[in-house]
Design a protein around this ligand. Structure first.
Ligand code: FMN
Length: 312
């Protein structure tokens, strides 16, 4: 039971039980520890760490963020401390919190993904992995893993074998013609949940100087601007697979969360909203009971898939 006394907000994503369906998204919540003076981690559904790679990555040159109408561009360049430093320096502190920690994993080859998971498998205190497949595969001429069903099957299959101890969530790229075959490839290769979706490749420039507004030439678009597009992707994924879906893209309010649940997500993540207000995920999670009661609902099941029920 929640603090509102009547609404059970817990959700089951495969083997992972979340206290509530609101997690903080990868890349917008550091390693969790940076937020502990502002956010009560124990009140979140959980959080997803910044993407971790085999070796530390320094990331892209500044500027790394640029505001756009109803959103934001970022080109952080996947900066991170590397999986070994995460395990030795961050994880021991994180274990003191009663929260669900999902580790976001990425690489530029199959071997990279497998090695990151291999290192994490020996560590305690993690609930599962989220595979970021919106990365260029250096061995395939830089083509994104996530845009081709065969490559998706290969990377998810390899990660599945490596992740014998924990659930595997696969975070899909929105840069696809049809998300259905990609989602099915991930499901058949063993994904326990699909996170839909990552940022949209985009750009901003100053025509006077002819230069990019970012240190990189392009970046990823996130925030409210992408919500309608990602909602459609969640809906299309829902029709294609049975695997639970975690929806994210532009969530700022509890109503946004309920829309994602109604279109087929089982849980959600909050990303860019944490930049304006680091407590955004916690506040949204804490507003859920009231919002459900106002909509005369007592369980999350009453909202989940409502769009499917209404529209077939
Ligand atoms: C600054 C920044 C860094 C990000 N880093 C990662 C990352 O390391 N791995 C990943 O899978 N997604 C990353 N993302 C994508 C977010 O997790 C999320 O998919 C995206 O921002 C859409 O959600 P939002 O509109 O709520 O921000 C990043 C996003 C931002 C804004």
């Amino acid at each position: 039971m929640s603090s509102a006394g009547a609404v059970d907000l817990s959700v089951q994503i495969g083997a992972v039980r979340l206290r509530n369906p609101v997690l903080a998204a990868s890349g917008t919540f550091g390693y969790g520890l940076e937020f502990t003076h502002l956010v009560d981690l124990n009140r979140l559904g959980g959080f997803v760490t910044k993407g971790l790679s085999r070796e530390p990555i320094e990331g892209a040159p500044p500027p790394r963020l640029f505001p756009t109408p109803s959103g934001m561009l970022n080109a952080v360049g996947l900066q991170n401390v590397g999986v070994r430093a995460f395990v030795s320096e961050k994880l021991p502190v994180l274990r003191k919190f009663d929260t669900t920690v999902i580790v976001n994993v990425f690489g530029y080859s199959l071997e990279d993904y497998v090695e990151v998971i291999r290192v994490l498998e020996d560590s305690e205190g993690l609930a599962g992995y989220e595979l970021n497949i919106s990365c260029p595969n250096v061995k395939c001429g830089g083509m994104q893993f996530g845009s081709d069903p065969t490559m998706v099957a290969e990377v998810v299959g390899a990660a599945r074998k490596a992740a014998s101890k924990r659930p595997l969530w696969v975070k899909l790229s929105p840069l696809v013609t049809d998300i259905g075959p990609i989602a099915r490839a991930a499901e058949q290769a063993g994904a326990d949940a699909l996170t839909v979706a990552n940022t949209y490749p985009a750009m901003a420039l100053d025509f006077r100087t002819g230069k990019s507004r970012l240190g990189n030439q392009t970046g990823g678009l996130s925030g409210p601007a992408i919500k309608p597009i990602t909602l459609r992707l969640v809906w299309e994924t829902r029709k294609a697979v049975k695997t639970p879906i975690i929806g994210l893209g532009g969530i700022e309010t509890v109503e946004d969360v309920l829309e994602y649940l109604a279109v087929g997500a089982s849980a959600v993540q909050v990303g860019t909203a944490s930049f304006a207000d680091p407590r955004a995920s916690q506040q949204i999670a804490e507003s859920l009971s009231k919002a459900l009661l106002e909509a005369k609902m007592l369980t999350l099941n009453e909202i989940r898939d409502k769009f499917l029920a209404e529209n077939g």
